[in-house]
Ligand binder design. Sequence first.
Ligand code: TGC
Ligand code: FAD
Length: 394
Amino acid sequence: MAQRVPESVSADELVGVDALLSTEEREIRDTVRSVVARRINPHIAGWYENGELPARELAVELGELGLLGMHLQGYGCAGTSAVAYGLACLELEAGDSGIRSLVSVQGSLAMFAIHAFGSEEQKQQWLPEMATGRAIGCFGLTEPDHGSDPAGMRTRATRAGDDWVLSGTKMWITNGSVADVAIVWARTDDGIRGFVVPTDTPGFTANTIKSKMSLRASVTSELVLDNVRLPDSARLPEATSLGAPLRCLNEARFGIVFGALGAARDCLETAREYARSREQFGRPIGGFQLTQQKLADMTLEYGKGYLLALHLGRRKDAGELVPNQVSLGKLNNVREAIDIARTARTILGASGITAEYPVMRHANNLESVLTYEGTSEMHSLVVGQALTGIAAFR
Ligand code: TGC
Ligand code: FAD
């Protein structure tokens, strides 16, 4: 006779997350959760398996919901709190890291760069269109030979009369092949500068990177700039050093602090449900102490990560969050999320490796999340520098 554990609570219920959120925050979270359930979950396994994403369609739908550039003020953006934005990232990434990536790159990198460093003309031209999702943006910082160390970038912007000419290659660029506009960071005689590059400018090419084993439901591209000629009005006037792109990264990293928890929650809840119904040795595997320890440890790390994310979100809303704290959050929450995904996979046994369950997909995605927006090693070094006062990067 099958035994079934009579009563159980979810990780969110056990941690008591609802009590930490305002009514408005819960409403935003629930709205995004139901959109993910309706629009992403039924299709994501297929998109992932086929290595595809209907990015244009989705961008417009996510734009209609106000999720693009959601925490920015004005220019058609929703202007929500940082915590609300984080909760949206969490729910999107519970669907798939690729969906959160689409939204992160659009809002936190491309739109934020224009919002923070652009001219009024650039803001008026791009931000309202990008907020609706009718224009897609990408952010080109990384190069084939300069990932963790963007200060060494080779892409060059040279003055040619009143114009600029950009040449170089950017690598691993999310949304690259579907973008209408690329924010490209380049070296000039006066230091690093940012440029707003319409992707139909002659000399600009985006090549999709195929055969990824991670983030398969996300467009990743190489950008080639071959003597791309732009007027000075394409330069971001307020971006005057490497500090500018690094400020954009703080925004996207903040979204990941929350987002990674979404992938973790989906793995944890999948494993919890599975453990309650899968029987071996005549009883649910959730009734074995070793399985319970895994579920308890996963819930603890998820709960601690949630508290950390919310703390950072509240500091951000108070205008007091500093970049080193974002590194603490990204380092911890992605590291723990990947650990939760791997542990959840063991609870599912062989079923855990299939596309029937989301766990292996999340685990594979989180390998990219661990690397992009600053590798875990870079964030350890940022924290190490903060604690010792000594930089150990070079
Ligand atoms: P360093 O000399 O330390 O700094 C240069 C200037 O920047 C300032 N700064 C920051 N400003 C704001 N926020 C931060 N997080 C900042 N970090 C540094 C710094 O104060 C300085 O300012 P100033 O005024 O003195 O010029 O620079 P460094 O060359 O030693 O490098 C430091 C390091 C290693 C931490 C940095 O380069 C780094 O973060 N490397 C990791 C690169 C990275 O994260 N790339 C991400 C690319 S985008 C991406 O991955 C998108 S994936 C999106 C998706 O699909 O979701
Ligand atoms: P490397 O910098 O070569 O590092 C390799 C290894 O060496 C890492 O483990 C690293 O931590 C370690 N290492 C390097 N230096 C040190 C050191 N000083 N001390 C100790 N260890 C060190 N970039 C963009 O600009 N825009 C995007 O939209 C974007 N999207 C991406 C999407 C995906 C799916 C992926 C995978 C990447 C994306 N990236 C993007 C690039 C990403 O930011 C880089 O991959 C990342 O910054 C690491 O650079 P790298 O891959 O060149 O690794």
